[in-house]
Write a protein that binds this ligand. Structure first.
Ligand SMILES: CC(C)(COP(=O)(O)OP(=O)(O)OC[C@H]1O[C@@H](n2cnc3c(N)ncnc32)[C@H](O)[C@@H]1OP(=O)(O)O)[C@@H](O)C(=O)NCCC(=O)NCCS
Length: 171
């Protein structure tokens, strides 16, 4: 398969159904998923809390999605965001589409003036994209080795991270 014509662009309103389908398909067999990622994105969208949602488009078809949302840090630090969920349609995984989506999203986040970004996920994958573990931010209930961060300016603060309530099904 060639992905030479891959385009990463901002999500448009008309993309919402395709995005949900990709999230459902990508997480269907994921061992740590409760298969609610499409609902998380839907709730974030309805709450106006999706930040820089990105889609990967191959020959006119959406094959991947990544988004950010604002996170709260305690003690308070402004300008921090969480990456996720990230999904690539199963048939297209392993072709650097996920990496391209995240890379494009992180560039846009930096350009927006964000202070930094956190992510909960596989360290082997996210370390390639500039995230490091053990930097001082924590997320209650997450094993430290799976909670990673990167600062775009300054350093990563020592703080506890909270995600938007949409992640947990309570608006
Ligand atoms: C995780 C995901 C978004 C990655 O997208 P992708 O396009 O398949 O990934 P890439 O091709 O950019 O991956 C680059 C590298 O990371 C590796 N990688 C991808 N996912 C990985 C994972 N979960 N754990 C460890 N390594 C991983 C790939 O094997 C590849 O390594 P290689 O270059 O040595 O072959 C995609 O596989 C997916 O949708 N998975 C199901 C949903 C999911 O787990 N989402 C992330 C949690 S929010």
């Amino acid at each position: 398969m060639t992905v030479d014509s891959l385009v990463i662009r901002d999500e448009w309103p008309a993309d919402a159904d395709d995005v949900e389908n990709i999230l459902q398909a990508a997480f269907a067999d994921h061992p740590h998923s409760q298969q609610t990622e499409h609902l998380i994105v839907r709730r974030l969208r309805e709450a106006g809390e999706l930040v820089l949602p990105q889609v990967a488009v191959l020959d006119g078809t959406i094959v991947g999605h990544a988004t950010f949302s604002a996170v709260q840090l305690s003690p308070q630090h402004e300008g921090w965001y969480g990456l996720g969920p990230v999904a690539v349609a199963p048939a297209f995984q392993g072709h650097r589409i996920g990496s391209a989506l995240i890379d494009g999203g992180l560039r846009a986040l930096k350009a927006m003036g964000a202070a930094g970004c956190v992510v909960l996920g596989e360290p082997q994958f996210y370390r390639r994209l500039g995230f490091e573990r053990g930097l001082g931010v924590t997320f209650d209930g997450a094993p430290p080795e799976y909670f990673l961060a990167q600062a775009f300016r300054g350093t990563v603060p020592s703080a506890a991270v909270s995600y938007h309530p949409a992640f947990f099904g309570a608006d």
